[in-house]
Design a protein around this ligand. Structure first.
Ligand code: PDD
Length: 283
């Protein structure tokens, strides 16, 4: 692959990158992360991602050892050094390294790593045709508003969905959709209202969703914040999910139920176009 990655203050070839055996991110999942979309060499909604990174660190009582400008500079350098045009830039901050102990000391030095992944994000086949999502019980902990690297629940849910022939999975708790395994879930009602679940500890506050909400407001459209059931989603006029790595992704089947006429609907198309235009992608 031959990328240049960032590890603990240095840009190095990925083959030479090393993290410590006693890094708490590795031993306890005691670390947080962000994924920012890069389109045409430009980061999309990165201010929102860096603000959420700071919030995640604060919630876990990990000192913020790097300014937003420093981190944005590292991201930009990773993009430049890897000639990244389209893909993602990943950041991870762990609490630091110490001998294995559940208790942590306040004196640990947080560890920042970063790397890029090349991937076409806009105009993919999946975005054109839509995808099918499975439904599964949400098995995660109760602080999903923090973007931690404890992702095994999502890994298992996605892998099980794929084995059942689906592209992705929406998670359900107490009879309500929480979110996608790595995305924010949305539906469009028969009377054209866009619904998404209100912010709480049950879901990650999506940056793509926030950016889209702003764009919608400028268009006179509102995204109504209300939780919905899987059945309501299956009976919706349209459904879609948002994330940095999939942007605005139409959902054409939920479980065994085809959504609408089984094709991405007009409102989803409009929101896709709105988002891509703001991201500077030529129509
Ligand atoms: N995941 N909910 C969960 C559980 C997520 O993991 C993500 C993003 C989102 C959407 O957030 P955003 O719009 O800020 O990307 C919602 C990233 C892409 C990942 O883990 O790769």
């Amino acid at each position: 692959m031959g990328r240049i990655v960032y590890v603990h203050g240095q840009f190095v070839p990925e083959e030479e990158a090393r993290i410590g055996l006693f890094d708490r991110g590795f031993l306890f999942g005691d670390s947080v992360y962000e994924v920012t979309a890069v389109i045409g060499g430009r980061m999309i909604d990165n201010d929102l991602h860096l603000a959420r990174l700071e919030r995640s660190l604060k919630e876990l009582d990990i000192p913020i050892a790097f300014s937003r400008e420093t981190i944005a500079g590292i991201q930009a350098e990773l993009i430049a050094r890897n000639d990244l045009l389209d893909g993602t830039v990943y950041l991870q901050v762990s609490r630091g390294e110490a001998d294995r102990d559940f208790f942590y000391s306040d004196a640990l030095a947080p560890r920042l790593i970063g790397f890029t992944q090349a991937k076409v994000l806009a105009g993919t086949k999946a975005q054109q045709n839509g995808i099918a999502v499975d439904l599964a019980v949400d098995p995660r902990w109760q602080r999903r508003d923090i973007k931690t690297t404890m992702l095994l629940a999502q890994v298992m849910a996605k892998q099980a969905a794929r084995a059942r022939g689906f592209d992705d999975v929406w998670l359900v708790e107490d009879g309500l959709v929480t979110e996608g395994a790595s995305s924010t879930a949305h539906l469009i009602t028969a009377d054209g209202r866009i619904l998404t679940r209100p912010a709480s500890r049950a879901t990650l506050p999506g940056c793509t969703q926030r950016a889209l909400a702003r764009l919608c407001a400028a268009e006179g459209l509102t995204i109504e914040e209300r939780a919905f059931t899987p059945e309501e989603a299956q009976g919706a006029a349209e459904a879609f999910q948002t994330s940095a790595s999939s942007l605005v992704m139409p959902i054409v089947r939920i479980g065994e139920t085809v959504v609408g006429d089984g094709k991405p609907g007009p409102m989803t198309r409009r929101l896709q176009a709105l988002y891509l235009e703001a991201a500077g992608v030529p129509a």
